[in-house]
Design a protein around this ligand. Structure first.
Ligand code: SF4
Ligand code: SF4
Length: 80
């Protein structure tokens, strides 16, 4: 009897990642709400804006988009 074929790797599941738009005021609420801490604030001239600094670490949970008081984050599907 021949050995069974090795299991094929599953395709990467599409995940939604936050798209931070120009409406961001740099309030930092999303940074504090992100469980894996993959968001930070980056300076933009005299202002600050949220930045996803670790795409691979984002779970796509959407908490950042929910807590943003300015509707500045849209979750977009991606294949990473
Ligand atoms: S909560 Fe919204 S406005 Fe505040 S830093 Fe995050 S994206 Fe920007
Ligand atoms: S979707 Fe979740 S894990 Fe990803 S940046 Fe937003 S809060 Fe963090």
């Amino acid at each position: 009897m021949s050995d069974p074929a090795p299991p094929r790797p599953l395709p990467a599941a599409p995940v939604a990642l936050p798209d931070i738009t120009a409406r961001c005021t740099g309030c930092g609420r999303c940074v504090g709400a992100c469980p894996p801490h993959v968001l930070c604030l980056e300076p933009r001239g005299w202002e600050k804006s949220a930045l996803l600094h670790d795409r691979a670490g984002c779970t796509g949970c959407g908490r950042c988009a929910v807590v943003c008081p300015f509707g500045a984050i849209r979750m977009r599907r991606t294949d990473r």
